[in-house]
Design a protein around this ligand. Structure first.
Ligand SMILES: CC(C)(COP(=O)(O)OP(=O)(O)OC[C@H]1O[C@@H](n2cnc3c(N)ncnc32)[C@H](O)[C@@H]1OP(=O)(O)O)[C@@H](O)C(=O)NCCC(=O)NCCS
Length: 165
């Protein structure tokens, strides 16, 4: 198993894997069946989507795990600047490992290498957003030394036509 930077040629494999992971961890919360959700919404989901992939490719901080030519794991990250009092903050957007290959330390190696690269490129802190009920992910991040504080994210959808501003 090799951990290496994501490349353009990985797009199909990494897209399939990211979408299957997104479907998996949203399965419990999505009210609609996946098949019934709007196609343009699904097409824009995830860091591997058409609108976002290039930014994560160019960041030099996104990695895949490859086994026998197949993508079995991924992590998408980029550097954010002047945020949370930091000049350089490593933002981890998403990660996942193919169910068949889980509990083999692939997620751990992807995260560790991403953090190592981020620090090498000048990041002083790393952030990731994790669903509070995603125990495997929380435990993985904690194993590497991440901690969860009491902050919660306040969200506002600026595309909402009902927005009164
Ligand atoms: C979270 C995820 C990436 C972990 O990948 P993985 O390769 O199976 O994880 P690892 O084998 O590297 O596990 C490292 C550590 O994480 C924790 N961990 C991972 N999966 C766990 C699980 N199912 N239950 C409990 N602890 C778990 C453990 O502390 C583990 O160390 P240990 O094996 O010594 O106990 C994987 O479960 C996944 O892809 N989930 C679906 C997508 C997802 O939720 N992504 C995260 C979005 S924020």
């Amino acid at each position: 198993m090799e951990i290496r930077p994501v490349r353009i040629k990985d797009i199909e494999g990494v897209r399939d894997l990211e979408i299957s992971c997104v479907r998996e961890y949203f399965a419990a919360t999505l009210e609609n069946r996946w098949e019934d959700l709007p196609q343009d919404w699904k097409d824009n989901l995830g860091a591997s989507s058409r609108n976002h992939f290039k930014a994560y490719l160019d960041s030099g901080l996104s990695l895949v795990a490859e086994e026998d030519g197949e993508i079995v794991g991924f992590i998408f990250a980029q550097m954010l600047h002047h945020i949370c009092d930091e000049d350089n903050l490593l933002w981890i957007e998403n990660m996942g490992v193919h169910p068949y290959f889980r509990r083999n330390m692939i997620g751990y190696k992807l995260l560790r290498e991403c953090v190592r690269l981020g620090r090498e490129k000048g990041a002083t802190v790393a952030h990731a957003m994790i669903q509070p009920d995603n125990a495997p992910s929380i435990l993985l991040y904690k194993k590497l030394g991440f901690f969860m504080d009491r902050r919660e994210v306040a969200l506002l959808d600026l595309r909402d036509p009902a927005l009164r501003i």
